[in-house]
Ligand binder design. Structure first.
Ligand SMILES: CC(C)(COP(=O)(O)OP(=O)(O)OC[C@H]1O[C@@H](n2cnc3c(N)ncnc32)[C@H](O)[C@@H]1OP(=O)(O)O)[C@@H](O)C(=O)NCCC(=O)NCCS
Length: 268
């Protein structure tokens, strides 16, 4: 029997993909054709049409990128969610990849690893109307932020926010993890890292915090549970040579291919 043809990432890098969520209508239709009926229903529930279209482009592109790694057509796999809403790929026999998606304004970012549990967050940088740090940051983070010069405040705020959010997303417990139960660094004097997680003294050496390269009006971070293994970010794009693996997969080769119009095609 032919072996699965998954694309290998390896323990030394985490792959990162970014893309625009604003696509012309024909592309939105093409992405919509990749979504499940449930995803299309979710897209239809957005109040603003633009948000629904961005969701379609985000999910469609997520599916096509994950399909590349899995060696599967993008529309035939589905997602499962943990108790806090974190999605993973539902495959018979388990999934070989961890991924996490973030979107803000018109930008999406995806991190993928075949070794580590991970989280990613991007945020568009906007002026703050209230003391959000006072509500969401730990005491230590708040004091660090207040000590920054005024011109560094906004930048520091978003570095801290995205690192905290990426940690929450990597951890998997969502916002049930108290935001004051851990500290991240975010001033330029310190490497990005987790400094404290209540009840887990080994956490700072187990988790890795990485600064994400973003357009200048965004901030971003990736956090992964590498248990001390050094890891870097590898930025991927469609301009690369097409991967050489085939799309056949033993679990799926004889299964029906579900289409979004409800019809089925039996794959040979
Ligand atoms: C839902 C949450 C996981 C992320 O929210 P967010 O920053 O608004 O959204 P992002 O764009 O970064 O991430 C959304 C994606 O993460 C994934 N996701 C959803 N729940 C998740 C969870 N519990 N853990 C990890 N990833 C999750 C999904 O792929 C989702 O994409 P989708 O909406 O297209 O299905 C959660 O952390 C949240 O509600 N945060 C609110 C903001 C906040 O208070 N942050 C405090 C930081 S100091």
């Amino acid at each position: 029997m032919q072996q699965p043809s998954f694309e290998i990432i390896g323990p030394d890098v985490i792959d990162v993909w970014t893309w625009s969520l604003d696509a012309p209508p024909p592309s939105v239709d093409e992405f919509a054709a990749l979504l499940s009926a449930e995803e299309l229903a979710r897209a239809a529930r957005f109040v603003r049409e633009r948000d629904g279209q961005r969701f379609i482009v985000g999910r469609g592109r997520l599916r096509s990128i994950l399909g590349r790694y899995l060696g599967l057509p993008p529309q035939i796999f589905s997602f499962i969610y943990n108790d806090y809403g974190k999605p993973s790929i539902a495959l018979p026999g388990g999934t070989p990849f961890q991924f996490n998606l973030s979107h803000s304004a018109d930008l999406a970012a995806l991190a993928i690893s075949d070794h580590y549990e991970l989280g990613i967050d991007i945020e568009e940088i906007r002026f703050l109307k209230e003391d959000i740090a006072g509500r969401f940051f730990s005491r230590r983070e708040y004091l660090t932020l207040q000590a920054l010069p005024p011109e560094a405040y906004l930048d520091g705020f978003y570095r801290c926010w995205t690192r905290k959010e990426a940690f929450v997303k990597a951890h998997g417990a969502g916002l049930s993890l108290p935001l004051d139960s851990f500290d991240v660094t975010f001033d330029w004097a310190n490497e990005p890292r987790l400094e404290r997680l209540d009840g887990d003294p080994d956490a700072p050496s187990n988790w890795r915090v990485l600064e994400l390269e973003t357009p200048i009006t965004f901030a971003g971070a990736v956090v992964a549970l590498t248990k001390g293994h050094p890891v870097g970010l590898r930025y991927r794009s469609d301009e690369e040579e097409a991967p050489k693996w085939s799309v056949s997969h033993p679990e799926y080769s004889a299964r029906p291919l579900h289409r979004n119009d409800g019809s089925q095609e039996v794959r040979s």
